[in-house]
Design a binder for this molecule. Structure first.
Ligand SMILES: NC(=O)c1ccc[n+]([C@@H]2O[C@H](COP(=O)([O-])OP(=O)(O)OC[C@H]3O[C@@H](n4cnc5c(N)ncnc54)[C@H](OP(=O)(O)O)[C@@H]3O)[C@@H](O)[C@H]2O)c1
Length: 217
């Protein structure tokens, strides 16, 4: 069944997710700070058939909400959306808590907390799944590498929600998802993103992904 997908953020991640959902026939709406602005216009142009509105306008009808904002903006966005996200909504958290204050990015959280957990705490009635955070946005849909198929690692408290995300991933051209546990396993997935970024920075190379060999049946 086609879903009503609200994507918060009109940048690289928001646009890439929108392309994937739109290609599977879902209704895609961008929630933007400036729905009439240039960034929203570019996102709308990149995804024919999509629409844009403010957070308050768009969220109430959502089946799926995707968080695609900078880590530094997450707390403010969560505060704004918490009163309007429908109960039971699948929330896909693609964010990473990156700190750019020293120049090169590094994690602002770790060990005892994560952005994924912060999202679930702020949206207790939503079904939050951490996904899409550990690979570049350009590789979200139909990722192809000469070395083989990559794996997407996901985490969340709700098994059915993770099954939904695995199905979305298959529609996006992935072989499925590797479930690494409850939402506190975001503490593993956010550093994994840092590894992906650090490899890219060191090599000046941005078309890589992770694969888990010898997977359990
Ligand atoms: N880039 C990647 O390849 C990649 C891959 C995986 C995960 N991530 C993570 O996904 C998130 C989004 O990354 P991105 O590359 O899409 O970022 P981006 O290109 O900078 O886009 C972020 C979007 O968030 C919205 N936003 C809301 N509040 C904001 C604020 N206070 N400051 C700036 N933007 C704000 C903006 O849309 P409006 O102006 O329309 O509101 C903006 O276009 C980040 O947490 C990042 O770490 C990135």
């Amino acid at each position: 069944m086609n879903k009503h997908v609200v994507i918060i953020g009109t940048g690289n991640v928001g646009t890439a997710l929108a392309r994937g959902f739109s290609a599977r026939g879902d209704r895609v709406v961008f929630a933007s700070r400036a729905p009439q602005g240039e960034a929203a216009r570019q996102a709308l142009d990149a995804v024919p058939g999509s629409a844009a509105g403010t957070l308050a306008e768009t969220l109430t009808a959502a089946d799926i909400v995707c968080l695609a904002v900078p880590g530094s903006a997450l707390e403010a966005v969560l505060a704004e959306i918490a009163p309007v996200v429908p109960v039971g909504t699948l929330v896909i958290d693609a964010t990473n808590p990156l700190d750019f204050s020293q120049g090169a990015p590094r994690l602002a959280l770790g060990f005892s907390d994560s952005a994924g957990e912060a999202v679930q705490r702020r949206l207790p009635a939503a079904r939050v799944v951490k996904a899409f955070n550990s690979i570049g946005a350009g590789l979200f849909v139909r990722p192809a590498f000469t070395g083989g198929a990559p794996d997407m690692f996901i985490a969340g408290n709700d098994s059915a929600a993770k099954d939904e995300v695995a199905a979305i991933l298959r529609d996006f051209g992935w072989r499925g998802a590797i479930d690494v546990g409850a939402i506190d396993a975001s503490r593993l997935l956010e550093p994994l993103a840092m590894l992906w970024i650090d490899y890219g920075v060191r090599r000046g190379h941005w078309t890589h992904g992770f694969s888990l060999l010898g997977q359990a049946a």
